[in-house]
Design a protein around this ligand. Structure first.
Ligand code: SAH
Ligand code: MG
Length: 214
């Protein structure tokens, strides 16, 4: 049995999630500039890019931009002519993200929409259906974001939800926090959903990925 740990994460990332300057800056400077250090890890970002490319996505939505790190990975997986709409509540986060996206040369591919995603998603629906939806914002919002994604993702599309492990608390690795129960309930609901084939990608804090059958 091999347990995925920091050494294997580093090995994996050093081979498969090599960062250019833009990704490195987005990863490191977001926390340095006062944003929370909660972006996905390099191999999680690479996995998002992989998924996007594997399904041939052109239209993607991200809920929770932060400093643009995961968004850069996603946008770099899109087919030519593709576009990512990313939703962020904090104007300050969006400003920082915009700089990183510019540095990555992706300003034409990524549109940041500022506001509470529970509101902004209503309009985004009009541009769908989407090939790929990545959910990584407020945890109490996840059930509503997931329902939105189910309605607005095409058959064969993928929905991904970050922090499925809730730092390990969903399996008792650490004590539960205020969001553990909600995350566990959503994981279980999705696991039982016959419209999906789903599994948790176990790097970082776990990304629950769901292939939508119909
Ligand atoms: N996906 C990013 C990390 C996102 S962190 C990455 O991996 O690089 C979560 C982000 O969601 C934060 O920037 C936070 O401000 C934003 N957020 C939280 N609640 C939100 C809401 N209701 N609507 C839109 N954005 C929200
Ligand atoms: Mg997250």
């Amino acid at each position: 049995m091999t347990t995925y740990n920091d050494e294997l994460s580093l090995y994996n990332a050093s081979l498969f999630a090599v960062q250019d300057e833009a990704l490195q800056r987005a990863f490191e400077q977001s926390p340095e500039r006062g944003l929370p250090a909660i972006s996905v890890k390099p191999e999680e970002g690479r996995f998002l890019q992989f998924l996007v490319r594997a399904i041939g996505a052109r239209k993607a939505v991200e809920i929770g931009t932060l400093g643009g790190y995961s968004g850069i990975w996603i946008a770099r997986g899109l087919l030519p002519g593709g576009k990512l709409i990313t939703l962020e509540q904090e104007p300050r986060h969006a400003d920082v993200a915009r700089e990183h996206i510019e540095l990555a040369g992706l300003s034409h591919l990524i549109e940041i929409r500022i506001g509470n995603a529970h509101q902004t998603l209503k309009r985004v629906a009009g541009v769908g259906p989407f090939d790929f939806v990545f959910i990584d914002a407020d945890k109490p919002g996840y059930p509503a974001y997931f329902d939105w994604a189910m309605e607005n993702t095409r058959p064969g599309g993928v929905i991904a939800l970050h922090n499925a492990f809730r730092k390990g608390s969903v399996a008792g690795v650490i004590p539960p926090d205020q969001y553990t129960e909600g995350m566990d309930a959503l994981n279980r609901k999705i696991a039982a959903d016959q419209r999906l084939i789903s599994v948790i990608f176990p790097a970082g804090d776990g990304t629950l990925v769901c292939a939508k059958l119909s």
